[in-house]
Design a binder for this molecule. Structure first.
Ligand SMILES: Cc1ncc(COP(=O)(O)O)c(C=O)c1O
Length: 291
C-alpha cells in the first residue's frame, strides 16, 4: 500500500484532498483568467487556528459582495480547513481559502452563468520576515507606483489584484530593498504586498485609514494597543510620517508583527527594531498561547 505524503501541504479541490504539488484548478475558472476571486489566509500556531472566526467573517463578507453562491457553508469550510491541517500534520500552517467565479458556460461572458467554486489549501507557515530577519528588520522601498484605487477595486474584499505589488516588489529588489510600500492616489501611505503598516512616533501608533485591506493582524495590533493603553489612531499617514517615524511595524498573517529598519536609504530611528515593536511583538505571540 502506498502512503500519500501530505507533509509539504494539502489542498481541497472539488471534494478531494490531494498533496499540494498535485493540486490543480480548471484553466477556464475566471478566478484565474479574470482575478474574479476572493480569498483569506488564516494560520495555525502549535496546532491551533488564530482568529479563525474573524478570517471567516471577512471571507464570507467578500463572498457576499461578489455575489458568489458557494457549494460549501461555514461549517463545511471549518471542517475542510481542519482536515487539511490534520492530514498535513503541520502545527504551524498557512491556510488559504479561496472562492472564485468558476468557469463560464461555453461561449458565455456573463458572470451569472458560472458555477462558483471553493478551494482551500494548507502549507507550512510563511514569513514575510522570519524570526532571524526580525532581529534586524527589513529594508523597505517606497514605490512610485500607486496602489490600485479603492474606487476601482474594493480593498476590503481580499483580492488577487497584485500586479501593482509584484512590479513594485521587483523594482524594490533592483534597488537593494527587501520589501516595498505603495502609496494611495493622494500620495499617502497605503500598504505593501501582503501587509498593513503602522508608524510609531513618540510612543503613539498610526495606521492608514484608506485604500488598504483591513488586516486581521492590523486589528490584533489595534486590540493590543487598546488593551495596553498605547495611543493608536487610524488616519492618513504621509510619506513624512514614514520618514520621520521612530519605528515602523508591518503586520500580516504571514509572519505576524515585523519591524522595518530602513526606508529607501534612511534608517528608521537608530536603524534597529525598537521597543514598541518588541512590546507589540511579545503581546501578539502571547495571544497565541492564550488561545
Ligand atoms: C493586500 C494585503 N494587505 C494586508 C494584508 C494583511 O492582512 P492580514 O493581517 O489579515 O493577514 C494582506 C494579507 O495577505 C494583504 O494581502
Amino acid at each position: 500500500m502506498t502512503v500519500t505524503d501530505f507533509s509539504a501541504g494539502a489542498a481541497w479541490i472539488s471534494g478531494d484532498i490531494v498533496p499540494i504539488a498535485e493540486a490543480r484548478i480548471p484553466i477556464l475558472d475566471w478566478g484565474f483568467t479574470r482575478s474574479d476571486a476572493t480569498y483569506d489566509v488564516v494560520h495555525t500556531w502549535d496546532g491551533t487556528f488564530f482568529r479563525l472566526d474573524d478570517h471567516l467573517a471577512r471571507f464570507w463578507r467578500g463572498v457576499q459582495t461578489l455575489r458568489y453562491q458557494l457549494p460549501v457553508d461555514d461549517a463545511e469550510v471549518r471542517s475542510i480547513l481542519q482536515q487539511l491541517v490534520d492530514v498535513s500534520g503541520l502545527s504551524n500552517a498557512y491556510v488559504a481559502l479561496i472562492a472564485t467565479r468558476g468557469a463560464p458556460m461555453p461561449g458565455s461572458r456573463d458572470p451569472r452563468d458560472c458555477r462558483n467554486q471553493f478551494y482551500a489549501f494548507a502549507i507550512p507557515f510563511v514569513w514575510i520576515a522570519d524570526p532571524e530577519k526580525q532581529k534586524v528588520g527589513l529594508r523597505m522601498a517606497i514605490s512610485d507606483r500607486e496602489r490600485i484605487r479603492p474606487e476601482a477595486v474594493d480593498p476590503t474584499v481580499k483580492n488577487y489584484h497584485w500586479l501593482d505589488f509584484q512590479v513594485a516588489l521587483l523594482q524594490a529588489y533592483d534597488a537593494g530593498a527587501e520589501t516595498v510600500v505603495l502609496l494611495n492616489s493622494d500620495g499617502n501611505v497605503c500598504e505593501g504586498p501582503g501587509f498593513n503598516i503602522f508608524v510609531v512616533k513618540s510612543g503613539a501608533l498610526a495606521t492608514p485609514d484608506r485604500g488598504a485591506l483591513e488586516g486581521i493582524t492590523r486589528q490584533t495590533v489595534i486590540d493590543i494597543c487598546a488593551a495596553n493603553e498605547i495611543p493608536m489612531v487610524i488616519r492618513p499617514v504621509s510619506v513624512s510620517d514614514l520618514m520621520e517615524a521612530d519605528e515602523i511595524i508591518i503586520t500580516s498573517t504571514a509572519g505576524g508583527v515585523m519591524p522595518i529598519s530602513q526606508v529607501d536609504d534612511t534608517p528608521v530611528g537608530n536603524g534597529m527594531p525598537g521597543e514598541m515593536f518588541a512590546r507589540i511583538h511579545r503581546a501578539y505571540w502571547d495571544m497565541h498561547s492564550d488561545a
